[in-house]
Design a protein. Structure first.
Length: 96
């Protein structure tokens, strides 16, 4: 789970520079509306209340984690981009 942030191919790799310690994490997106095409998805996103929920769970500091954080941002759209920075910020405060 550390590769979610630390790997160049990780789904939350943009968070790597936000932290001075190693974190294990899993990002996610909870879809509210199931659609068949990208065009339909773009139309649905125009309505903020139908946007996907952003999810991130994270724990650290690794390799001996002391804290775990779970963040859900309603209609946030992207776990790694939206919920991820919040989770890292909370972990930084807890570890400080």
């Amino acid at each position: 789970m550390t590769d979610v942030i630390d790997s160049p191919a990780g789904t939350s790799r943009r968070l790597k520079d936000l932290k001075p310690f190693q974190v294990a994490a899993k990002s996610g997106t909870a879809e509210l509306v199931s659609l068949d095409s990208k065009e339909d998805y773009l139309l649905v996103r125009e309505n903020e209340t139908q946007r996907d929920h952003a999810i991130m769970i994270a724990f650290g500091p690794m390799p001996n984690p002391k804290y775990a954080v779970s963040v859900v941002i309603e209609n946030g759209e992207s776990g790694g981009a939206v919920a991820g920075p919040v989770a890292i910020s909370v972990l930084k405060e807890l570890i400080k």
